[in-house]
Write a protein that binds this ligand. Structure first.
Ligand SMILES: O=C(CO)[C@H](O)[C@H](O)COP(=O)(O)O
Length: 228
C-alpha cells in the first residue's frame, strides 16, 4: 500500500473509533471512506450493532458486502455520526466535496448527522479552496443555460464525463459541472450565488459542517475540532 493509501486508511480507522454500539451512521463515498466501511464491517463481524445510510449506490454496495445493515430516511431523521472524505479542506475548515460525484447525498447525510467526521490524507489541506475544481450538480433540463449562468459568475465550467466519453450521471440522475473559479476566498458567498440559480441542485462547498477533521500523513493521525 502506498503512503497516501496508508494515510487514508489511518484517518478512516481513527474515525471508526468514534462509532459506538447502537449508533446510526452516515457512510461516505470515495477511496478514504472505503477504508472506514471496511473497518466498520470488521467491527460489525465482531458484534457491533449499527445501522447506516450510504451516500451513493457504490457505498451501499460496499456496506452490503461487509454486512452493515442499511436503513433510509424513512427510518430516521437524524444520524449519530457521518464519516466522509473531502477533496480539499481549507484553513477555515470549509470543504470541497463531490470528486466522486456524490455531493448531493453526501451533503444531505452530513446535514442529518449530529457529528460529521471528515477523513483526509495530508495532501487535501489547502489555505483557500479552489485548486480542486468545484463540482456543482445541475439538472439535465436546460443544463446549457445553467452552465452559461454559472460561467457568468466568473469561472470556466466543464460538464463531467465518464471514461467512455458519455456524460457522467449522478445517482440522482443529474449532471456535474466542474467549475474553475480559481482561489475561493469567500465560500459562503459563492455557494449562495450558485444556489440562487435555477437548475443548480447543490454545490460541493461544505461550510461549517465538520465536527472533526481527521488527517493522516501515513505515519501520524491528528484530530481537529473546528467548532470548539
Ligand atoms: O466527495 C467525495 C465523493 O463525492 C469524496 O469524499 C471526495 O472526492 C474524496 O475522495 P477520496 O477519499 O477518494 O479522495
Amino acid at each position: 500500500m502506498d503512503k497516501i493509501a496508508q494515510a487514508k486508511k489511518m484517518a478512516a480507522e481513527r474515525a471508526v473509533d468514534f462509532v459506538e454500539d447502537g449508533m446510526t451512521i452516515g457512510l461516505g463515498t470515495g477511496s478514504t471512506s472505503y477504508f472506514a466501511i471496511q473497518r466498520l464491517g470488521e467491527r460489525v463481524a465482531e458484534g457491533l450493532r449499527i445501522r447506516a445510510i450510504g451516500t451513493s449506490k457504490r457505498t451501499e454496495e460496499l456496506a452490503q458486502a461487509v454486512h452493515i445493515p442499511l436503513i433510509t430516511f424513512s427510518d430516521v431523521k437524524e444520524l449519530d455520526l457521518a464519516i466522509d472524505g473531502a477533496d480539499e479542506v481549507a484553513h477555515d475548515y470549509s470543504l470541497t466535496k463531490g470528486g466522486g460525484g456524490a455531493l448531493l447525498r453526501e451533503k444531505l447525510v452530513a446535514s442529518a448527522a449530529r457529528r460529521f467526521l471528515v477523513i483526509v490524507d495530508h495532501t487535501k489541506r489547502v489555505h483557500h479552496l479552489g485548486k480542486f475544481l468545484l463540482p456543482v450538480e445541475v439538472v439535465p433540463f436546460a443544463w446549457e443555460l445553467t452552465h452559461y449562468r454559472i460561467e457568468q459568475l466568473g469561472c470556466r465550467a466543464t460538464r463531467r464525463r465518464q471514461d467512455n466519453g458519455e456524460p457522467f450521471i449522478t445517482d440522482n440522475h443529474n449532471y456535474i459541472l466542474d467549475c474553475d473559479f480559481g482561489e475561493i476566498v469567500d465560500p459562503p458567498l459563492l455557494h449562495n450565488a450558485l444556489k440562487a440559480l435555477p437548475g443548480v441542485v447543490e454545490t460541493g462547498l461544505f461550510i461549517d459542517m465538520a465536527y472533526a477533521v481527521i488527517e493522516s500523513d501515513g505515519e501520524h493521525v491528528t484530530v481537529e475540532y473546528p467548532k470548539s
